[in-house]
Ligand binder design. Structure first.
Ligand SMILES: [Zn+2]
Length: 331
C-alpha cells in the first residue's frame, strides 16, 4: 500500500496542518521515500507545459511586494525563456475581496497569456463535498473568464478546467458526476504530471522576508530548484514505466511571490536538463491524460500518482519534498 506509507512519511510535519482543511492551495504533494531518483534516459527533448494556478492571488506576500509585482515578474521571465502562451487558472471569487486584483488578470491577458477555470471559490472535492454546489461553482466562474478574455476569444479557449487541490472525487460516482458536467459543458481537463509542491515555498518566503533572513531565503532558492528537478526526473521515470516512453509533461505552479522569484533559475535548470517548453494544448492531447486511473482517494494527485494509487501501473517511489525545512524555516 503505497498510500499508507506515503501518509506515514507525510504525517510528522504536515498532517496537523491539514486536519481540518485541504492540505495545500492546489494539491497535496505527498512524500513516500527519499530513495534516489535517477534521471531517465530520454529520446528527444523533454517537453513541459507550464501552468499557473490561483490567479489573481496566491499565498501571503512578503513586505513591499504587490500582486502586480508578482504577475509582472512572472510574465517577464516567461518572455525571457520564450515560453509559449501559458494558462493561468482563475478563482473569480478572489476579486470580490480584492477588486484591485483585476489588474493582475488584465496584465496577464494583455501579455498574450491564457485563462482557464479553477472554480469560482476553489472548492474542495474531498470527503463530504457537496457535489451540486461544486459544479455550480465551476459554472459561476465562467462570467469572470468571459469578462477578462480578450474580445472574440472562443469559449473553447478558457473551457479548460484545473481541479482545485487536484481533487477529482473520493468515489466513482462523484468523479463521474463532475466529469460528465465538465464534458457536457465543453471542458477539457488540465491534469498535472509534475507537482513538486511549489506552493509550500510561498508562505515560507513571506516569513523569511519579514525577518530579512537572507541565508534562509538562499536555502529556499536552492531547495526550490532542486525539488523541481527531482520531481521532473521522477515524472519522466514514471512516464516511461507507465507507457514505455516519455510524455509531454504538465507542470503545476502557482502565481506566488516565491514562484516569481525562483522561476528564472528553475527554468534555466530545466533547460540545462534538455527541457523544451510547450503549450498546454500540445501536452493535454497526449493520451496519458485521458487514462482511466481508477483513483478515488481523498488526496489530490498528479496523473502518475493516480496511476500508482489506482491501476498500479507506476511503482517508482516518489521523492520527498523538503517539508521539514519549509514548515520550520523562519518561525
Ligand atoms: Zn489552486
Amino acid at each position: 500500500m503505497r498510500s499508507s506509507s506515503r501518509l506515514l512519511a507525510f504525517a510528522p510535519v504536515a498532517l496537523l496542518a491539514c486536519a481540518s482543511a485541504p492540505p495545500s492551495p492546489s494539491s497535496s504533494t505527498k512524500a513516500t521515500t527519499n530513495a534516489a531518483v535517477k534521471p531517465a534516459p530520454s529520446a528527444g527533448p523533454i517537453r513541459v507545459a507550464l501552468t499557473f494556478d490561483d490567479l489573481p492571488a496566491h499565498a501571503p506576500l512578503p513586505p513591499g511586494v504587490t500582486r502586480l509585482d508578482v504577475v509582472r515578474s512572472i510574465l517577464a521571465t516567461l518572455a525571457a525563456h520564450h515560453v509559449p502562451p501559458t494558462y493561468g487558472f482563475v478563482n473569480g471569487a478572489k476579486l470580490k475581496a480584492h477588486p484591485e486584483d483585476a489588474e493582475v488578470l488584465t496584465t496577464w491577458v494583455r501579455a498574450g497569456q491564457l485563462l482557464g477555470n479553477h472554480g469560482f471559490s476553489h472548492m474542495s472535492l474531498g470527503e463530504g463535498a457537496d457535489v451540486a454546489a461544486y459544479v455550480r461553482d465551476i459554472d459561476s466562474n465562467e462570467e469572470v473568464l468571459r469578462a477578462y478574455s480578450p474580445p472574440g476569444t472562443p469559449e473553447k479557449s478558457w473551457k479548460v478546467y484545473r481541479y482545485p487541490f487536484l481533487q477529482e472525487g473520493t468515489s466513482k460516482e462523484v468523479f463521474a458526476h463532475v466529469r460528465t458536467h465538465l464534458r457536457d459543458h465543453g471542458y477539457r481537463i488540465a491534469e498535472v504530471s509534475i507537482d513538486f509542491g511549489d506552493w509550500a515555498w510561498n508562505p515560507a518566503y513571506a516569513r523569511c522576508a519579514e525577518k530579512k533572513d537572507s541565508a534562509a531565503i538562499a536555502a529556499l532558492d536552492e531547495s526550490y530548484v532542486q525539488d523541481a528537478k527531482t520531481f521532473l526526473r521522477w515524472s519522466i521515470g514514471a512516464a516511461k514505466e507507465a507507457t514505455g516512453h516519455d510524455v509531454p509533461h504538465i507542470l503545476l505552479l502557482h502565481l506566488g511571490a516565491f514562484d516569481a522569484r525562483a522561476l528564472d533559475a528553475m527554468l534555466l535548470a530545466y533547460e540545462k536538463l534538455g527541457v523544451q517548453f510547450v503549450g498546454l494544448d500540445e501536452a493535454m492531447n497526449d493520451p496519458i491524460y485521458a487514462t482511466e486511473t481508477a483513483y478515488f482517494g481523498k488526496w489530490g494527485e498528479g496523473i502518475f500518482e493516480q496511476l500508482s494509487d489506482g491501476v498500479g501501473t507506476v511503482s517508482l517511489p516518489m521523492p520527498l519534498m523538503p517539508l521539514a525545512l519549509l514548515d520550520g524555516i523562519c518561525r
